[in-house]
Design a binder for this molecule. Sequence first.
Ligand code: ZN
Length: 492
Amino acid sequence: MRIAIAGCLHESNTFVGFWTDRRCFEQGSLCWGDDLLVEWATAHHEIAGFLDVVLAAGAEPVPVGMAWATPGGPVTDTFFEYFCDRLCDTLRRVQPEGLLLALHGAMVTPRYASADTELLARVREAVDIPIAVTLDFHANVTPEMADYADILIAYQTYPHVDQRLCGQRAARLLLAARHEGRQHHTIIVKPPLFIPLLAQETEYPPMRELINLARRLEQRPGILAASVVAGFPYADVPEMGAAVMVVGDGDRASTAAAAEELAVALWERRHRLHVPLCTIPEAVTRAQQSSRLPVVLVDLGDNVGGGSAGDGTALLHELLRQHVRGWIAVFYAPEAVVAAQQAGLGRAVSVRIGGTDPRQGPPLDIQGTVRVLHDGRWEEPDPRHGGRRFYQQGPTAVLQLENDNLLVINSMRTPPFSLGQLTSLGIEPHRYRILVVKAAVAYKAAYAHLAGEIIPVDTPGPTAAQPQCWPQHFPYQRIRRPLFPLDPTATW
Ligand SMILES: [Zn+2]
């Protein structure tokens, strides 16, 4: 039995001022055929999970294609059409007996508010075979996805450390469907709410309670998988928000009842899906006074993994204003890297950083000494959010600043998902007082064991932690209304 394996993953933030084009995918991962195995077969990713199960079952995996880019602005229609055409052409030619497809679920293009749904529709049109789809926990699920895929399941952790397991589950369900000739169906329910990112963390209630309920529902006869999908708030699309998805192979009414129960449990917890934040001055003062080191300052408004530019200066301005000692920060600053390369190791350099998005603070002029120059590549052996093994942040420099501070500047926007981002440069993060991460929750898979104290900071930007509190940053026009918590009195 030949099972096709493919993926296309992008989380599109519609509030940033740049596009995600083919070059962004080439920098991330864009591969066809067996090249897909080189990049992904040993990663902690759903693609590797697909392969684990297909190979163990004695079936033949047919790697088709994979596209992955760092979260950012919407994907261009040009790239989307290219990828869909090549994917569908290959599937038509190969004629597999099943398809395992890894999607993110929050990909937007100018033409398609849910590009994942459009891709699925085209795949379904191209090949009439069982299709199992894995989705990111941040998918903005559309009800139509269930029309095109037989099986839909999502990661159940945030940080996402179960991606490979999720791929394995999807593959097992697909193979069972093939072997036993059973007809699977997925029921999707979407209560009218979105969940701010910090409240989506699955280690803590109320999300933990919901994930546990999903596992209990899976014990019922005929219920094969139940997923809570937290959704991605930084997209102005009709289906922005949370969802539940339940896969069954019994009667549809039983599957629908389980989905309804999970959705009601989510809705009933909506007032608890909220995490308090510090203002920028409060956070920096508290970090200075902390004895639990290192302190991780979480720059929520410039969450690179949520699509932000990675060069917001709002928090850095305050660290400098308060003359804080012993911090490390990573900035996307390709021109500054070139300046550091030209100055050379051990030399003084003046660089300008920031300013891509004026909402996130004015540019900053920084003087430092070039301590490290690096190609920006490293390997991460452990399960980390995003499931990657091979990382690259582009040519990178480390600048030693006054007050024992370190500034890492890179040439490719790279979220802090792996400590290798620092350790590959010879930096020992535990020796510093303050680690600035441009993130929300995902970084914790790499940093939590190291952190003495974590302080989420309410910085401005296109990934501000609570969009309902920053209407000037999030002029939603296409979302469903009413939608909690933007509309606190929304009913369901
Ligand atoms: Zn995600």
